[in-house]
Design a protein around this ligand. Structure first.
Ligand SMILES: O=C(O)CCC(=O)C(=O)O
Ligand SMILES: [Fe+2]
Length: 634
C-alpha cells in the first residue's frame, strides 16, 4: 500500500483527472455591496471557475465526491486504527497528513476574486496584540458586528466551507463561525499552543500572503510532535513546517496533541496575511488540565556579608553615595505603584565585568536543562542552582549568589519592597519539615558554594525560603509564559538579575511583564513591563493575584548581538506572608498540645519572627536576625 501518512503536497497533475471536471457546488447571486462591486473586474477568475456569478468558491477539485470520500475515509481509518482501501483514499494523498497530528493542506483553495479579498482585508482596522503567547495584529470578528464588506466571504465560509469541512472530517459542526483577519509583520509570532478552548473543533487558516513568500521570510506554521509525561500531553520538537502559501487552506482537528506555532516573521517587507478561525463542535471539548507542578521550596543559607561582598554589593556603594536615600525612595515609590522596580548598576563595574567573563568562558560546559513543556512553561535553558550538577569552579558567580544570600542584601530588598523575606533558623525549619512531612522541601542548598555560615554550628545557621534559584539563558526565540505559581504561595519577591544583555533594546523583547490575573475581560493590561538591562536587578512583588512572563526574545537580538545569549539569575524569595508561615499557622491548629511541647514553643517563635516588622537599616545586617535570635534564647 502507498505510504499514506507523509509526503509534501502534490501538484494538481497527481489528482485523478475526473476531479477537475466537477462544477462548483452552488452559484451566488451578485450583491451590489462590498466585494461584489469589485468582483465585476475579476471576470477572468470567475470565468475560470465556470461560474461568472461566483464570488469565492472552493476549488472544484476539492468538492468531488471522490476527494471528499477519500479524505473522510482516511481520517476515520487513522482514528479507528484500521487500514483503508488504497484505491478509495488515493485522491486524498498529498492533501491529508497524519504526523505529528492529522492535518490537511489544500493549495489553490478558492476560486474567485482573491486579490479583492486581500485588498478589502487590508482596509480593515488591525489591532496590534501582544501577550505572553503572541505578537500580531488582528481584525475584529468579521462574521458579526456589521462588517458588511465581508458578508460574502463569511457566507462562503459558513455555507460552503463549513459543510464541506464537516463532511471530510466526519464531524458535526455548529453554524457558529469564527473568522478574523490576522497580520504578522517583522518579528511577529505566535508561540506553541494547542487551540483548545470552548467548542473549537476544526482550526482553519486561509493564507493571503505575498506569492513570493519563502522559508527565509519566516512565518511557517510549525507542527510539534508530542508525548505523554505524567498523564499530560506535552509538545516536543517541531516535526513539520508548512509554508503559508497564498490561497492555500490548512485545517486540523483541535485536540490535546495539536501543538503548533507561527514562527517569527523575518521579512521586513512582506506581511503574512490570513483569514483564520475555528469551526465549532456541537458539544464542549474536554477541558485542558493546567499542569504547573510546584517545585519544592529551597532553603538558601544566609551569610554574613564578608569584606569582599560589601565592597561589591550595591548597599556598600549606596552608603558612600550622597544620592542613595533619594534612590531608595524612588525605588520604593515604584514598588508601591507598580509592584516592581529596577535597581540599575547593581554591582561594581569591575565585578560585573569579571562575572560576564566567567559566564562566557564557562557557558558551553554548564549543565543546561531545557524547559520540557513549552506550552506551559515557555522555551529557554536553565540550571537550578541547588542541583549537585552546579559547577563549583565559578567563583565569581558563587560570590554573586553569596551577595544575594546575605542578610544585608535581603534587608535592603525588604526595605525597598516594604515586606519581609521569610527567614528562619535551620533547626526550626527541620522540626517544621518533620512535622508536616518533608516532601515539600528540598534539602538545604548551599548554592553559594563554600563559605562561612552565619553561625559556628549547624544549629545556628539561618535560611531564607525560596521558590526558585535559577540561572537562565535566553536566545532569540526564547520566552517564559505566565507562571501561576504565585497562586500557590501567598507572596513572593522575585529578583531578576540580568547579565550580558547590553544590546537588548526594548524592541528585542525579553522584558519581564507583570499582570493581575483578576484583570476583567483578560484585557492584557500589564501592571508593569520592565526591560532587561545588564547589571540591573528587577525586583517584583507578587501575591496570589499576580503572574509574570518574559517577553519572547525576537530575532533582532540575534542580529544585533551575533547570536550570543543573555543570562538572568532568578531568585524567588517567599515573604513572611508566604508558605512556610501560612503552612506553619495551619499546622499549628492541627497540633494537639500533648504532642510535643517543643513544637508549641516553635510556633510561638514563628510568631515572633513574623511580628518583627521593623525595617532594618542597610548595613545593620545583623539586626533582623539577631533580634529574633535573642528572643529565641529567652
Ligand atoms: O496563522 C497560522 O498559520 C496559525 C494561526 C493560529 O495558530 C491561531 O490563530 O491560533
Ligand atoms: Fe492556533
Amino acid at each position: 500500500m502507498a505510504k499514506l501518512e507523509e509526503g509534501s503536497p502534490i501538484s494538481f497533475d497527481n489528482i485523478s483527472p475526473t476531479c477537475s471536471k466537477n462544477s462548483i457546488a452552488s452559484a451566488r447571486a451578485e450583491d451590489e455591496n462590498g466585494l461584489a462591486k469589485r468582483m465585476k473586474t475579476e471576470t477572468a477568475t470567475a470565468v475560470a471557475t465556470g461560474n461568472p456569478n461566483a464570488l469565492l468558491s472552493i476549488n472544484p477539485i476539492y468538492t468531488t465526491e471522490a476527494l471528499k470520500t477519500a479524505v473522510s475515509v482516511l481520517l476515520k481509518a487513522w482514528k479507528d486504527g484500521t487500514t483503508p482501501s488504497a484505491a478509495v483514499v488515493q485522491p486524498a494523498l498529498g492533501f491529508v497528513f497524519r504526523k505529528p497530528f492529522p492535518h490537511l493542506v489544500f493549495p489553490d483553495f478558492f476560486h474567485g476574486p482573491i486579490d479583492s479579498v486581500e485588498e478589502e482585508l487590508l482596509r480593515q482596522k488591525f489591532t496590534p496584540l501582544s501577550t505572553d503567547l503572541l505578537q500580531l495584529s488582528q481584525t475584529k470578528e468579521l462574521s458579526r458586528d456589521g462588517v458588511f464588506e465581508f458578508a460574502d466571504v463569511t457566507d462562503t465560509f459558513r455555507n460552503e466551507v463549513r459543510p464541506w469541512v464537516a463532511t471530510i472530517t466526519n464531524t458535526e459542526l455548529k453554524e457558529e463561525l469564527d473568522i478574523r483577519g490576522a497580520k504578522y509583520t517583522y518579528t511577529d509570532h505566535l508561540v506553541c499552543h494547542d487551540d483548545r478552548l470552548t467548542t473549537r473543533k476544526i482550526a482553519y487558516v486561509y493564507y493571503l500572503t505575498d506569492p513570493s513568500w519563502s522559508e527565509e521570510d519566516g512565518g511557517t506554521l510549525d507542527l510539534f510532535e508530542s508525548s505523554c509525561v505524567n498523564d499530560v500531553v506535552v509538545p516536543g520538537a517541531i516535526e513539520k513546517s508548512i509554508l503559508p502559501t497564498r490561497n492555500s487552506m490548512v485545517l486540523f482537528v483541535v485536540g490535546d496533541d495539536s501543538f503548533h506555532q507561527v514562527r517569527e516573521v523575518l521579512s521586513t517587507r512582506k506581511a503574512r496575511l490570513s483569514l483564520t478561525g475555528w469551526f465549532h463542535a456541537t458539544t464542549p471539548s474536554v477541558p485542558r488540565t493546567e499542569f504547573q507542578p510546584h517545585a519544592p521550596f529551597l532553603h538558601l543559607e544566609l551569610f554574613e556579608a564578608g569584606k569582599d561582598d560589601m565592597v561589591n554589593c550595591f548597599l556598600a556603594r549606596d552608603e558612600a553615595d550622597a544620592y542613595s536615600m533619594a534612590r531608595k525612595k524612588a525605588l520604593k515609590k515604584d514598588m508601591t505603584r507598580y509592584h516592581g522596580c529596577t535597581v540599575r548598576n547593581l554591582l561594581k563595574d569591575s565585578f560585573y565585568q569579571s562575572l560576564t567573563d566567567e559566564l562566557r568562558a564557562k557557558e558551553a560546559t554548564l549543565p543546561w536543562s531545557e524547559t520540557t513543556n513549552r506550552n506551559q512553561d515557555g522555551c529557554l535553558k536553565y540550571i537550578d542552582i541547588n542541583t549537585p550538577k552546579w559547577p563549583k569552579d565559578m567563583p565569581v558567580f558563587g560570590q554573586l549568589l553569596r551577595i544575594m544570600q546575605t542578610e544585608c542584601f535581603l534587608n535592603s530588598i525588604n526595605e525597598i519592597t516594604s515586606t519581609r523575606i521569610s527567614v528562619m533558623p535551620l533547626d526550626k525549619l527541620n522540626k517544621f519539615a518533620a512535622l508536616i512531612g518533608s516532601k515539600n522541601f528540598s534539602s538545604l542548598t548551599n548554592g553559594a558554594g563554600s563559605g562561612a555560615s552565619a553561625g559556628d554550628t549547624p544549629d545556628e545557621r539561618w535560611v531564607a525560603e525560596a521558590a526558585r534559584c535559577r540561572l537562565e539563558k535566553f536566545e532569540s526565540g526564547d520566552y517564559s509564559l505566565k507562571t501561576y505559581e504565585a497562586a500557590q504561595v501567598d507572596e513572593v519577591i522575585d529578583l531578576f538579575y540580568y547579565m550580558d544583555c547590553d544590546l537588548l533594546e526594548p524592541d528585542c523583547g525579553g522584558a519581564v511583564v507583570v499582570m493581575d490575573i483578576n484583570d476583567p475581560n483578560d484585557e492584557w493590561d500589564p501592571i508593569i513591563s520592565m526591560d532587561g538591562e545588564s547589571n540591573g536587578l528587577m525586583v517584583v512583588r507578587r501575591d496570589r493575584d499576580h503572574v509574570f512572563f518574559t517577553e519572547y526574545v525576537n530575532h533582532r537580538w540575534a542580529r544585533r548581538n551575533g547570536g550570543r545569549p543573555f543570562y538572568r539569575l532568578w531568585i524567588s524569595y517567599s515573604t513572611e506572608a508566604g508558605p512556610i508561615n501560612s503552612q506553619a499557622a495551619k499546622n499549628a491548629s492541627r497540633l494537639s498540645p500533648s504532642e510535643d511541647e517543643d513544637e508549641d514553643e516553635d510556633e510561638d517563635d514563628e510568631d515572633e519572627v513574623s511580628d518583627d516588622s521593623d525595617l532594618v537599616e542597610p548595613g545593620d545586617h545583623d539586626a533582623a536576625l539577631s533580634s529574633s535570635d535573642g528572643e529565641e534564647d529567652q
